[in-house]
Each structure stands twice: as structure tokens, then as C-alpha cells.
Design a protein around this ligand. Structure first.
Ligand SMILES: Cc1cc2nc3c(=O)[nH]c(=O)nc-3n(C[C@H](O)[C@H](O)[C@H](O)COP(=O)(O)OP(=O)(O)OC[C@H]3O[C@@H](n4cnc5c(N)ncnc54)[C@H](O)[C@@H]3O)c2cc1C
Length: 428
């Protein structure tokens, strides 16, 4: 039987970043990837002259060293930096994002209602019990009902009182009443991603950067992890290989890892949504300003539409359209496409342009439902796995909401921990 020190599951950002930062001399590292391609959710489609990611993937690095590491391994001038223009379509008018700081751009009646409810928002006796309570307590019922609740319900495909108050962490655009009122006269709509970067040839370029220095044979494509004997520390793969490991680093979704390891757990704790993405290429340009638009109204099936052509400065409208769904919903691709096109026409995004190319993909899971029981269960099971040398990592391995930079920081720290543990003894 083969033996490796580090057996990594998944050649997405997390798995490849771990393989980059682990010391080559300190034991073999092998990456299993069940797909025929690397990249996970950071794959890119090049079709009929359009560049599409699996879904709009834009990057806002907070750690220059992480960004430098990637950019140094990419072709010169590959990455462009863009000042974000994101808006919300509300009652047929475009309002700047974030909604809560731009209520003065709403029709007058809505504005007065939002302001009134913001001022007289309910005071809670203790910390909010769930996401919905947090939204209403912080922004008032008016803002919550017009944007924050319907938008997030469309995205997560679940009621907002089922999620933790902190379900979106730092990704939730914060604002207090003073920020909101100050913004009426001096706009400052900066959120966590005021500017973003994007590779001209799509998110896969970051993946290629993470592949660049890996020794040949590190990644085994088309070979999934099927089961694990936790006592013997032996993995069984989809091509019939058995591999003994010292450590298993898994970026597979956590609920899938539990099935693979056979670890018993409470049923129905780890829930998530899925997102159907339609990438659409047209023969002519459309709106020239926005990079992406949020759609809170339920009359639109999609919750967000992005404009690749406005990001890359190209001359044909190139959109990604995201639809949040329950995991057990079936996706009728032709019907969803027709409904998407109707919605885009109703919103005025598509007028006389013709659709000349399209592609679709379903991301499942896409946004995990962060709830109290899921957090507690995850922590307990993670400790159990870790005691047996199994480390769940990444956005889905860690059952969390995070960016690719977070994935790199997490797996780099884990690799550094192992590097220190297995460093050769220094001579006295
Ligand atoms: C709609 C959407 C938009 C997003 N936008 C952004 C953005 O703008 N900016 C940003 O920074 N992040 C964004 N993200 C998050 C980003 O996609 C993730 O953080 C990142 O791709 C996660 O990488 P990962 O390697 O942890 O997981 P994944 O990309 O899911 O990779 C896991 C890999 O494991 C493989 N695998 C699974 N099971 C097995 C198995 N049993 N055996 C072998 N292989 C297996 C899979 O095939 C996959 O390749 C977005 C996510 C979504 C859903």
C-alpha cells in the first residue's frame, strides 16, 4: 500500500494552497481531485470569445503578501483593479449599494418609512437571537422588509430567522444610524470590497498560479476519496487505490466528509442552498456602468446579475445571473433560462440584444446555512476528526462563509503548523 504524509482532498484553492505551503522535504503530499480539472469553484469557461467564471468571482485581498504570492506566479498585466459600481434595482430605479446607507435615493414614501422605522427600531433586551432579529434591531423593519430580508431569503433559500445573527460575519455591510444619515449628504458607500481585482482570463488564473510550483504528480485528477478507515488511517479512492496517510486535509464539503468517514452525527444539521448560474453572452452592449446589480424583489427569480463586459471593458454584453435554490429543488435548465431572459427584459437589462452564447452551472453547496446547532456540531465533530489526523478546511470543508483569500490564509497557517512540527532537528 502507498503511504503519504499529507493526503489532500480537492484541488480547489484550499487544497492547492496547502500543497504550495507544505515543506517539500518533510514527507510526500498528494492531492486527490474527483473532477477532471483543477479549480473547484474557481473554474473559468472560455466560450465564443466570452470569459465566464463558475459565478462572478472578484477578489479583494486584505493581505498584500497573499496577493503578491499569486500575482508573482501569473503572466504580467493579467490582473486588473476595478473600482466597484454595485447597485440595487428597487421599484424600477437603481439605488446605490448598500441599501441601508442609500435610503434617500428611494421613492419619497419608502424613504420616509425606512427613516421612521430606523429611528424607532425595536430595542432588544439581549443579543439578537437570529439573523432576522439582528437586521430589524439594527436597521428597522422598513429597511429589513424592502431589501435585507427578501434579498437574503432569495439568496439563501431559507427564512432569515433560521440563520445565526452573525451568519455573514465581516461580509455584512455595517452601518449605524449616523453613517446612514451622513451618507445622505456625503456619500461613502465603501464596504469590504470597495475595489476588486480580476484576472483578464478569469479566476482560473489564480488556480494556475497555485499549480505553478507544484512538483509533477502532486495532483491526481479524476480520483475521488470514497471512504476512510479512521482507525487504520487508510483512504480508499474511486480508482481502487488504497492510500495510508498520516494527515488527511479535506476541502470536500463537511457533510460529504462525514459520510466518507462514517462519523455519526445529528440529522439535518448541515443545510445549505445551491445556486444556479447562467452565463449569458449577447451580440451588443447593454448598460455601461454597473459591475453587478442586486434584485431584492420577488418578481425577479434571480438575486444578482453581474456585467463582465463592464468589468473587462469589452464591447458585447456578458452577464452572470445567480438564482438561489433549495438543495432539493430540481433545475429545469431550459425553463430557467427562458424565465431568466424574461426577467432581464422586464428589468430593462436586455432590450434589443440577441443572446449568442450561454452556459450554466449549479453550485451545490453554495452558501451554507450558519446556525447555532450547525456551529456546535461542526466544532464537536472537527475535534473528533482532528484527533485522528483529519483536518476539514476551506469554505465547504469548514462549513463557513469566506473568500479565496481566507482559504489561502487558513491552509497556509495549517501547512506552517505541520512544517514546524516536522522540521528537521537543528544541530547544536
Ligand atoms: C456564488 C459564489 C460566489 C463567490 N464569489 C466569490 C468572490 O467573488 N470572491 C471570493 O474570494 N470568493 C468567492 N466565492 C467563494 C469561493 O468560491 C470559495 O471560497 C473557494 O472557491 C473555495 O475553495 P475550496 O478549495 O475551499 O473549495 P472548492 O472550490 O469547492 O474545492 C473543493 C474541491 O474538492 C473536490 N472534491 C470534493 N469532494 C471530493 C472527494 N470526495 N474526492 C476528491 N475531491 C473532492 C471538488 O471537486 C473541488 O474541486 C464565491 C462562492 C460562491 C458560491
Amino acid at each position: 500500500m502507498e503511504h503519504v504524509r499529507y493526503l489532500v482532498v480537492g484541488a480547489g484553492v484550499s487544497g492547492l494552497a496547502f500543497a504550495n505551503f507544505i515543506d517539500r522535504g518533510a514527507g510526500r503530499c498528494l492531492v486527490l481531485e474527483r473532477d477532471q480539472q483543477v479549480g473547484g469553484y474557481c473554474k473559468t469557461i472560455l466560450q465564443d470569445g466570452f470569459v465566464w467564471d463558475y459565478s462572478g468571482h472578484f477578489f479583494h485581498f486584505r493581505h498584500p503578501d497573499v496577493e503578491r504570492y499569486l500575482v508573482e506566479r501569473m503572466p504580467a498585466d493579467e490582473v486588473v483593479t476595478v473600482e466597484k459600481v454595485s447597485q440595487i434595482l428597487y421599484k424600477d430605479r437603481l439605488v446605490d449599494f448598500p441599501f441601508q446607507k442609500n435610503i434617500h435615493q428611494l421613492p419619497q414614501e419608502d424613504f420616509i418609512d425606512c427613516l421612521h422605522e430606523l429611528y424607532f427600531r425595536p430595542k432588544l433586551d439581549g443579543p439578537p437571537e437570529n439573523f432576522q432579529q439582528m437586521l430589524i434591531a439594527r436597521f428597522g423593519q422598513g429597511i429589513a422588509d424592502r431589501f435585507l430580508i427578501p434579498y437574503n431569503e432569495k439568496l439563501y433559500a431559507c427564512p432569515m430567522d433560521e440563520l445565526d445573527a452573525g451568519a455573514m460575519g465581516r461580509f455584512f455591510p455595517d452601518a449605524d444610524i449616523e453613517d446612514i444619515i451622513r451618507n445622505f449628504k456625503r456619500p461613502d458607500n465603501n464596504s469590504y470590497n470597495a475595489t476588486f481585482t480580476y484576472p483578464r482570463h478569469g479566476a482560473i488564473e489564480y488556480i494556475k498560479a497555485l499549480q505553478k510550483d507544484l512538483p509533477e504528480g502532486t495532483v491526481c485528477l479524476g480520483e475521488g476519496l470514497v471512504s476512510v478507515d479512521m482507525e487504520r488511517k487508510v483512504a480508499q479512492t474511486s480508482v481502487g487505490r488504497q492510500i495510508a496517510f498520516e494527515y488527511l486535509i479535506s476541502s470536500a464539503p463537511f457533510d460529504a466528509l462525514l459520510k466518507i468517514t462514517g462519523l455519526p452525527h445529528e440529522p439535518l444539521v448541515f443545510t445549505s442552498n445551491k445556486v444556479a448560474v447562467f452565463n449569458l453572452g449577447f451580440d451588443a452592449k447593454g448598460w455601461s456602468d454597473p459591475h453587478w446589480i442586486y434584485f431584492p424583489e420577488r418578481k425577479y427569480r434571480f438575486y444578482r446579475v453581474g456585467f463582465y463586459d463592464n468589468i473587462m471593458g469589452t464591447d458585447r454584453m456578458s452577464l452572470y445571473v445567480e438564482i438561489g435554490m433549495k438543495t432539493d429543488e430540481t433545475v429545469d435548465v431550459e425553463a430557467e433560462l427562458a424565465r431568466t431572459m424574461d426577467g432581464l427584459r422586464a428589468a430593462g437589462v436586455v432590450t434589443d440584444q440577441n443572446l449568442v452564447s450561454w452556459h450554466h452551472v449549479v453550485l451545490d453547496p453554495a452558501y451554507v446555512h450558519i446556525t447555532g446547532p450547525a456551529r456546535q456540531s461542526f466544532e464537536r465533530l472537527r475535534q473528533h476528526l482532528q484527533a485522528r489526523g483529519i483536518y476539514p478546511v476551506g469554505r465547504y470543508g469548514g462549513w463557513t462563509y469566506c473568500s479565496i483569500e481566507d482559504n489561502i490564509l487558513e491552509t497556509r497557517a495549517l501547512a506552517q503548523m505541520f512544517n514546524a512540527l516536522h522540521a528537521p532537528p537543528t544541530s547544536p
